[in-house]
Design a protein. Sequence first.
Lengths: 715, 534
Amino acid sequence: MRADTARFRARARAIDRWMAGLITGGGAAVLIATFLLVLFLVIESVPVLRSPRASSEGVVPQGVPLAAAEDEYRERVTVVGAEGSLHLVGRDGEVEVIPLEGVQPPVHQALFSADGRFLVAVDGVGRLHAFSWRQRVIWEGERRVLQPRLRAIAATAAGDGKHLLAVVGEGSSAKVLVGTEDGASVVHLSEKSTSATNLAVAGPAVAGALTASGEQAWVATANGLQWFQRLDPEVSLLEPTASVPLSFRPTTAAVLLGDVTLVLGGESGEVEAWQALPAAGAGWRLDQAAQFHGSGRVIAVTPSQREKSFLVQRITAAEILHLTSRRTLLALPGYPADAVVARLSPRLDGAFAVTAKGAVHRWSLQLHHPEASLATLFLPVRYEGYERAHVVWQSSGGSAGFEPKLSLLPLIVGTLKGALYALLFSAPLALAGALYVNQFAPRGLREVVKPVIELMAAVPSVVVGFLAALFLAPLVREHLLISAGVLLAAPSVAAVAVVWSLAPARWQRRLSGARELVVVLGMLVVAGTVLIVLEPHLHQAWFGGDVVHWLYQRLGVTYDQRNAMVVGFALGFAVIPIIFTIAEDALSNVPPSLVAASLALGATPWEAARTVVIPAASPGLFAAVMLGLGRAVGETMIVLMATGNTPLMSLSPFNGMRTMAATIAVELPEAPYGGTLYRVLILTALLLFCFTFAINMVAAAVAERLRKRFGRLAA
Amino acid sequence: MMHTPWLKEGVAARWLAAAALLISLAMVVGLVAVVSAVAGKAFWPRPLVQLHLADGRVLLGEVWTREADPNHPGHERWRLKTGNRDLEGQDFVWVPKAAVVAREVPSAAWLVERREYGNFYGFAGELRSPEGIVRGTDERFSDAVARAIRRGRELVEEERHVLDRLAALHAPVVKYEARAKGAKNERRRQRALAALERARQHEEENAAPLLARLAEVRHQAEEVTLVMNAAGGQVMTVPAAGVVRAVPINALGLGARVELYLSRWWEFLSAEPREANTEGGIFPALFGTALLVFLMTFAVVPLGVITAVYLNEYASGGVFTRAVRLALANLAGVPSIVFGAFGLAFFVYGVGGTIDRLLFADSLPTPTFGTGGILWASLTLALLTVPVVVVATEEGLQSVPDATRDGARALGATRWQTLRHVVLPYAAPGVLTGTILAVARAAGEVAPLMLTGVVKLAPALPLDGTPPYLHLERKFMHLGFHIYDVGFQSPNVEAAKPMVYATTLVLLALVVVLNVVAVALRARLRRRLSRSAV
């Protein structure tokens, strides 16, 4: 019997210990969850700022190179040899040779297009040959094989004494930009016909580039840069659309993906980005958009086919630069001094160089997120096609050549703007309401108000946002005057009150408690009715029937239907219950003895509230507003629905905005996992977290201080 | 010293404060009133008005709005819902009031709600069936139409039932095909191929009678057609199975109108959505919301209760306890969208991606758990609502008098026994309050769901008749997201407005009822707390 009891006791104690451990573990789980939350936001966002890396991958010898390109899978580098054939150099050094049909050795010059799919060569008899060049993956049973396909497009005698500058192609036609002693011309080659367009260039062309569309050409001479539009096979002589003098001697040029920016390399190491912009008035002008630092003559520039980075090949070094972030991402380590060709792999996951002796060097690249840097996220950037540096959020575009614009500033400004308008609206209402309920309201009102305010807090934000956007926004636009008239409510109630307080004290005593509330309600109803009745007349008399039109014509103010006013009101709906509840708590926590003492000394209830209660509770009231701010900043659905979601930097109450939270909600589901946009959006979430964390800390600290102070008082 | 009476008494300040309070309260009342009013009449039958225009056109439809014409100041224009999208290409037309020559409410006008192309407004033509033709002028027409629609509905249901069974037969074939394709080695591939062969055979053996039945049902559904005449003279023919209801709406008495109104609400709550969510019902969204919060409670209640018990019964007040309290305060203050981002990064891509690599490698790169789904959404919401449960549970625990605890301990109970048999039962209303509040909060939350698996139209419910019955990886529909989607992303926002308002009312009512219950429970708890303190 006793043994049983002892065993039972031991078991109970064991269970007790177990459960204590489990429950403490449960407490820790919340801590761990919060920690994980931060950790994961950091883990997923910080790589956006990771530095790019390159690692060298070995050397494979081969023959004399003129030009080279690599396939998508980085399996083989195709090198054009002077003896008139293609050498496909595999990773293991195995070489397959494909003769260039119809080409008379020795080949003098050869050039691949930027995408590596077209090849031009000038042969021993001065003929210009164009080929299209593909490598397709086919399956021989279980074996994966890259099948090369070389197809001659056309050949022409036009190659003699000319200097190959650029080639682009499409399907079975190609355009070749060639430099001559006195200028430059574009040779149009296709299976059916060949023709040439002479470009009116002042002096011998040193460098040049064609856009991928084949519609525009850039030609640089020793001291100037010209831009030609509309390259048409039918036109035999084309004047430049715009030209500009250069302050350095150019050596090479390339157009970046997207066909907007030209990168020029110079004799003494200059690298500059140029763009054609619409000139004031009419026509076009050429504008220097960026300058990169570096030294050593630039031999070649090859653009990436993925985004806005490019490889700059100098005499003794090769660097990868990025246009948007204006950064030198990296220099290829162990770059051979005698390299003739250096290019980026089509998928931007590698680079290779071929030396004069024919050795192929390869690098693996991990550029991570070159377009995002602290500077591009938070400072103005001059994007392609822009005149000046701007802060813009535009994360995706229609074409592959789109330059993502990932500035967080418009989102931060939009977030703060929404929160500001929300607080402007809700903080006075909620604080004053809490003060009234706590200090002046008739007994029993608190029991009615509290549940209603709780209900207000419980209304899903999607409901508030929906009504704000589809019900309130059109209503406000229609009755803008009434909305403006609401601003007059406070002064008019105050004015009536002042007049009333001049009335005999006997009357005033009768109007207290619930009656006072009813009177105020009556006044609000009367004021509202007056506004509604007057509005159409005012409309016609002063504003010609349409206030929005009037605003635009007279003041130049644009009006969006879903604007900051509407958002402020709707967000206010979400914020009021928070501020109200916390403020009311803070006011209730002021020890009644303080108020009693004040009243005993002859203060009126208002004086007691003003001089004792409010000052004593002020840290709590401050905390209430701070937490309201936290809610306004993080609210998603309301702003998503009730703003136009345009990332503007305008602070006007009549314009919309785009907030961080709404951007995350809209763009994160579509953002590819691990991509730059994904990481930037997670970073945005992290910023939101940090912001609300700081607010919570401040509010908690304030509450702590308050407790200590009143703890002393109560004691 | 202040002697000015209005400063001393602070009348202005008091009145302003009162006004502020009243405005705040009016906002709540206004919101509820607007939603109830608009949603309340969303399904009330509107009269069909026939307009004769100056240019000779005749329009039949419901007048939705009357407003000042922005193009002709001083004139009024009407927005007329003319329906007949298949004939006219649009649901609405603007009619300048000045262009209306004559206006009537024809008692012979019919409203036909169809499964496709929305409403049809027009006049009775005839009902064709193998038994013969019933003309619109015949007094049996209404009854015959009602019968045909009922029969049509049965056929549609049977068709769906047969299709479901066919799909269930085909499901293993798809599964083993994918498994054979993604097999890592030859042995697995052979096994999958054998299973595939068996599944194919099974399907072949059993599908034939179902297919025959399907053809028969479809044939029967095609046989009975309703022919109606539009006001403009065009003829519309629709199979009776494609009609939800057809009524001579202007001729209905009050009783019939109320019946129609209620049956529309019932359809709204119980049917699937049609026509890109702008018609039909919201059942999948209701169901998704319910299942979501149900799953969530399994995660949030244990976690919240244990944390509250720890803080209230076990915590020593050291650094660790303060850290837990701080973490809770932060969880309560962090924007819900941040939880969504975390849910996506951690649950979906982190945990889900790992599960896929370990257990569902065969079907990669198509993700199974590595994409948004109801499990991840409910876990994300659980994290979001932990503070709600903790706060309410703590309040419940605090209401337990210390004397009760001491009594149990004095009788020799261990701490756990005291908790299990005395404290927790006593604090149960607090736990319940917290759970209900968490459910209410979660039911209305949308932003985190947008990142963790909500969709505008889910092909299947997450809970159905195919094993394993509860499909935690499936995407789901949600009331709140439905409001956002139909109100903002729908191609036909104007026509969908009544639906959105009605959905809003449903969501609002759900949340309000849950909160009222929670508040009532808490009030009881507090009364006890004040008694026990005495």
